[in-house]
Design a protein around this ligand. Structure first.
Ligand code: PAF
Length: 273
């Protein structure tokens, strides 16, 4: 496995390779969820590139940028074992310069849900993902469905900017207790983790209602809020897959999303119908 930190060197290397490239962008602290993305990229492409970069522009002032879990050595081992060909490990100086041209998240879909609680977050995500995709020029790029709004906005960016990469959504990976895997789960104490299990429980309750043909979104949200209480609920929302409000669940076109704060940890989860 090659480890490269210079964006231009990586871009040059990949230009010389006439093979399909699968790309998995990450912020490191790799877990089973990331490994699933890498395995999928490995199955579907000749070359696999993973990036590890804790992107400062997607953190708001006062968020956990400085304490975001860092496991560089473990990440390198995991990538090696998973058959990654190139690990891209840039610094913030490698990725950003002063007074840059910027890409912004759309005014509506970039500023609802997580975008409302973290205004500007998605502009930072799109900014770095645009750079990463331009550096790697992958055939396919893999993103987890757990960050459903991020996935939606990246898919939109790729379409609206006529970028030639296939964005591949990959299912959420859960721990045996049902909690969706996230690098931020390490912040949770044992008691907080117990509390956090209300999140998958609320999604399970929503899916039970839907299986009984109760499709009214207000009813589903009411049930979810009752289960999630007294956690600090940022939102529990039932939307169509374009992130628009709906009154009734449309099977095949609906996402139910939850964001709660447990202690100081922001946790996201969702389920697709
Ligand atoms: O999902 C993440 O880990 C990050 O938001 C991403 C896509 C790697 C951009 O920094």
């Amino acid at each position: 496995m090659k480890i490269i930190s210079d964006p231009l060197a990586l871009q040059q290397d990949l230009k010389e390779i006439d093979k399909t490239v699968g790309f998995v962008p990450t912020m490191g602290a790799l877990h089973e969820g990331h490994i699933t993305l890498i395995k999928r990229a490995r199955e579907e492409n000749e070359i696999v590139v993973v990036s590890v970069f804790v992107n400062p522009t997607q953190f708001l002032a006062g968020e956990d940028l400085d304490k975001y879990p860092k496991k560089d050595d473990a990440d390198k081992k995991i990538c090696e074992l998973a058959g990654v060909d190139i690990l891209f490990f840039p610094t913030a100086e490698d990725m950003y310069s002063k007074d840059e041209v910027k890409i912004c998240a759309p005014n509506v879909r970039g500023y609802v849900l997580e975008g409302a609680t973290r205004p500007g977050h998605f502009s930072g995500v799109l900014r770095v993902v645009m750079k990463l995709l331009n550096i790697v020029s992958p055939t396919r790029a893999y993103f987890g469905k757990k960050d459903a709004q991020q996935l939606h906005l990246i898919t939109l960016m790729v379409k609206q900017f006529f970028m030639s990469v296939a964005i591949v959504p990959v299912d959420i990976v859960r721990d045996s207790d049902g909690l969706a895997l996230s690098s931020r789960n390490v912040y949770l104490s044992k008691a907080q983790r117990e509390e956090a299990l209300k999140i998958p429980k609320s999604l399970y309750a929503a899916s039970k209602l839907i299986s009984k043909n109760i499709l009214d979104t207000a009813k589903i949200k009411e049930e979810m809020y009752a289960i999630l209480a007294p956690l600090e609920i940022e939102y529990a929302e039932v939307l169509n897959r374009d992130f628009e409000m709906i009154q009734k669940v449309e099977i095949g076109n609906t996402i139910i999303l939850v964001e709660v704060i447990v202690g100081e940890t922001r946790l996201l989860d969702n389920i697709w119908f």
